[in-house]
Design a binder for this molecule. Structure first.
Ligand SMILES: Cc1ncc(COP(=O)(O)O)c(C=O)c1O
Length: 478
């Protein structure tokens, strides 16, 4: 199917003025405004004056210049977002949920509290952990929360002055060292072993009485399961440190094993990856954090508890790190995750995991003749290949893919693979889509480099100056 993205010269919403006289049926704002006393009418708010139909058309046009999970495969490795079932979206719009206020009395929001409570229980069950907070607003925010708990735990034991280091493997996602550093720890990076997993000797050498925690994701960002995880847990605990699970890759193990069984003390979930909610970066996201019983008292407050069949906001955590978000987290995302779990049931969630792993392995097989796939051949939910040896740059091949109307995989991550392409198809793609994706990637190898450098041509934006974008970052409109 030939692809060409829509292109509009669209202004910012703040620059738009409809000058419309059309009023939405039932919209009383025009008459209400006339009746308001002049002194409370502010003129300096600079709000866009745009009619409903202009707003709808503006955002529809913008959406046509974009790509989304509703449009096609979204195989960003590691930070992927799978298809979001419309049922979960629908539930989150029910008026009983969307119309409530976080300051309402508990009596009037028992249903919403029940859902939060049930989600807490489901996530605890799934992870084999003992207690949980739903407050963090993204995976990275979950990490930040988890590492604050590490900090408080050592502080409580009078150990914080001594335990200043967090060990992280070199395959880790960038948010791991960033979260550790933001919480005041020194980051100690250890190299991966020859098969892409934790190098146990390097870990032993790095562990000391200065170690506060070891942060790791399993399967790791190469899509490989750390099969020495129980030995790792023992080593870390024997050193008096905590073991932190970055749950970004939960979709690879759900219903098969769990961080609790592997010996982890703290876990964050990226709801967008395993439980079908929007990604934190696009916001709002959610990154609940679960802990083993010995860390329960450090959780942010409140959590939702139940007594005598009544749900209530529980502030009883004696050594709490405090609050990490206003109110109770991204309630809308929690509703979606709860609906997704209910919708699938345990068996369904497990099937999704098996399909996600199968899809990654299927792609791996299809691509392995043309690309070098470093480390062990059997992957879990994602695969990392290298374009080295093909004569092509990963970035150029990614531009080719988006020019064909396919979302590109992550490129140049993990850092330990040169010219990396990290692909996570998830379970929500058909065989036809997988075949199409593989075929396009293989075709991209046949395109002359000169041609590739001119891509994308079929999008609303052409090739960006990546260096300028990185060096001269502008993230606000003046
Ligand atoms: C391994 C890993 N850790 C942490 C994160 C950060 O999570 P988030 O993007 O939800 O902040 C990601 C990205 O999704 C990830 O892939």
């Amino acid at each position: 199917m030939p692809f060409r993205q829509a292109t509009y010269d669209e202004p910012l919403i703040s620059e738009m003025r409809s000058g419309s006289t059309y009023r939405i049926p039932g919209d009383a704002s025009a008459t209400v405004l006339k009746d308001l006393p002049g002194e409370i009418l502010r003129k300096d708010l600079k709000l866009p004056e745009v009619s409903e139909y202009d707003v709808v058309r503006h955002y529809t046009r913008l959406s046509q210049m974009n790509y989304s999970v509703d449009l096609g495969i979204y195989p960003l490795g590691s930070c992927t977002m799978k298809f979001n079932p419309k049922l979960a979206d629908l539930v989150s719009t029910f008026e009983g949920f969307s119309g409530i206020h976080p300051l309402q009395s508990e009596e009037t929001v028992q249903g919403s509290l029940k859902i939060m409570y049930e989600l807490q229980e489901y996530l605890k069950d799934i992870s084999d952990m003992d207690a949980i907070t739903l407050q963090p607003l993204a995976g990275a925010h979950g990490e930040f929360t988890g590492i604050l708990i590490v900090r408080k735990y050592h502080e409580d034991r009078g150990d914080l002055g001594k335990r200043t280091e967090i060990i992280i493997p070199d395959s880790a996602h960038g948010t791991n060292p960033a979260s550790a550093a933001m919480c005041g720890f020194d980051v100690v990076e250890i190299p991966s072993g020859p098969n892409g997993t934790v190098n146990i000797e390097a870990l032993k050498a790095a562990l000391s009485e200065k170690t506060a925690a070891f942060m790791i994701t399993n399967p790791n960002t190469l899509g490989i399961f750390e099969d020495q995880i129980t030995e790792i847990a023992k080593l870390v605990h024997d050193a008096g440190a905590l073991l932190y699970y970055d749950g970004a890759n939960f979709n690879a193990i759900l219903g098969i094993t769990s961080p609790g069984l592997m010996g982890f003390d703290i876990v964050h979930f990226n709801l967008h990856k395993t439980f079908a909610t929007p990604h934190g970066g696009g916001g709002p996201g959610s990154g609940p954090v679960a802990v083993k019983a010995h860390l329960k008292d450090f959780l942010p407050v409140p959590v939702v508890s139940m007594k005598d069949k009544r749900y209530f906001l529980d502030y009883s955590m004696k050594k709490t790190i405090g609050k990490v978000s206003s109110y109770f987290g991204s309630f809308n995302m929690l509703l979606r995750a709860w609906s997704y779990i209910k919708y699938h049931g345990w068996d369904g969630l497990n099937e999704n995991t098996l399909d996600a792993v199968m899809n990654a392995n299927y792609l791996s097989k299809k691509l392995s003749a043309a690309f070098r796939i470093p480390y062990k051949p059997l992957k879990k939910h994602e695969l990392v290949l290298s374009t080295e040896g093909t004569g092509k740059k990963a970035l150029d091949l990614a531009k080719y893919l988006i020019d064909q109307g396919v979302h590109a995989p992550t490129v140049y991550f993990p850092l330990i693979v040169h010219e990396a392409m990290m692909i996570e198809p998830t379970e929500t793609v058909s065989k036809a889509d997988l075949d199409n994706f593989a075929e396009m990637l293989l075709k991209s190898l046949e395109v002359e480099e000169e041609e590739l450098k001119k891509m994308p041509r079929n999008l609303s934006v052409g090739r960006l100056d990546e260096v300028k974008a990185a060096r001269d970052l502008k993230i606000r409109w003046d």
